[in-house]
Design a protein around this ligand. Structure first.
Ligand code: NDP
Ligand code: 8X3
Length: 249
């Protein structure tokens, strides 16, 4: 049966790959992100029912307006993939830029909370359970040099996944925390503020995960029987053993 899947951050990387794999299996999609033109061309390329909404997850009023606009039949969200997120910069705390910190905390923590706060009551009201999949990170398990505020924001996601699982237990809502290591997406270009060279260096000499690799795991997690939940899953490129151990040729 077709499921309704809401994906944040579907304009690029992991979110886009998730849209593609769920669509290929016949699920219908609500796709969000800030770049409207990317959402439109993605929707155009997918052979399934798609609704797109361009807004900024950092803005509570925009999140509420988005959920308010959903037609009743689209309010029946089965799976919420909280994926929108970013890292900005690798400066030390004593040299950090407040605007970088705000972008990370407002997007990765508050944005994820706003979406979850607005969407989870829709799941609960239906009384049919549901599934929230949070895209966390190895940065939510370990703190590495230059990671500081990004790592803190992803540790918060890890904690919020645990909290959601407790709070929504009685409503049969699954909560899956997915923690990838290095994935070659636009992530590093964003982190290094458009410096493609710096971004390329992150993945130099190793075979990183692709967005599709992560999407495969998300899709698998979403397909388990109702009584089975993956609570927490760390996935890495084989060349990465931890946030600190990477083997480069
Ligand atoms: P990308 O930069 O390729 O994609 C990020 C997505 O998030 C884009 O669709 C972007 O859309 C969206 N986004 C960012 N800020 C906002 C915002 N304020 N409002 C709405 N949407 C927003 O990176 P990834 O695909 O790699 O990242 C996806 C998630 O995976 C993030 O949470 C990231 O932290 C996590 N992750 C990434 C890893 C990696 O190595 N790449 C490893 C572990 C976790 P738009 O700009 O159009 O708004
Ligand atoms: C992104 C992966 O290792 O840069 O979350 O933190 S890492």
């Amino acid at each position: 049966m077709k499921r309704t899947v809401l994906i944040t951050g579907a304009t690029a990387g992991i979110g886009k790959a998730c849209a593609e794999i769920f669509a290929a299996h016949g699920d219908r999609l609500i796709l969000t992100g800030r770049r409207a033109e990317r959402l439109a061309s993605l929707a155009e390329s997918l052979d399934t029912d798609v609704q797109t909404y361009a807004f900024d997850v950092r803005e509570l009023s925009q999140v509420q307006a988005f959920v308010g606009q959903l037609e009743d039949e689209w309010k029946a969200v089965d799976i919420l993939i909280n994926n929108a997120g970013l890292a900005v910069n690798t400066t030390k705390i004593q040299e950090g830029l407040y605007e970088d910190w705000d972008r990370m905390i407002d997007t990765n923590v508050k944005g994820l909370l706003y979406i979850t706060r607005e969407v989870s009551p829709l799941m609960i009201a239906r009384g049919k359970g549901g599934h929230i999949i949070n895209i966390a990170s190895i940065a939510g398990k370990q703190v590495y040099p230059g990671g500081n505020v990004y790592c803190a924001s992803k540790h918060a996601v890890d904690a919020l996944s645990q909290a959601m699982r407790i709070d929504m237990l009685e409503h049969h809502i699954k909560v899956t925390n997915i923690a990838p290591g290095m994935v070659d997406t636009e992530f590093s270009v964003v982190r290094y503020k458009g410096d493609q060279n710096a971004a390329d260096n992150v993945y130099k000499g190793l075979d990183p995960l692709t967005a599709e690799d992560v999407a495969d795991v998300v899709f698998y997690s979403a397909g388990l029987p109702p009584h089975v939940t993956i609570n927490d899953l760390v996935l890495m490129p084989t060349a990465q053993a931890s946030a600190f151990h990477v083997y480069r040729e």
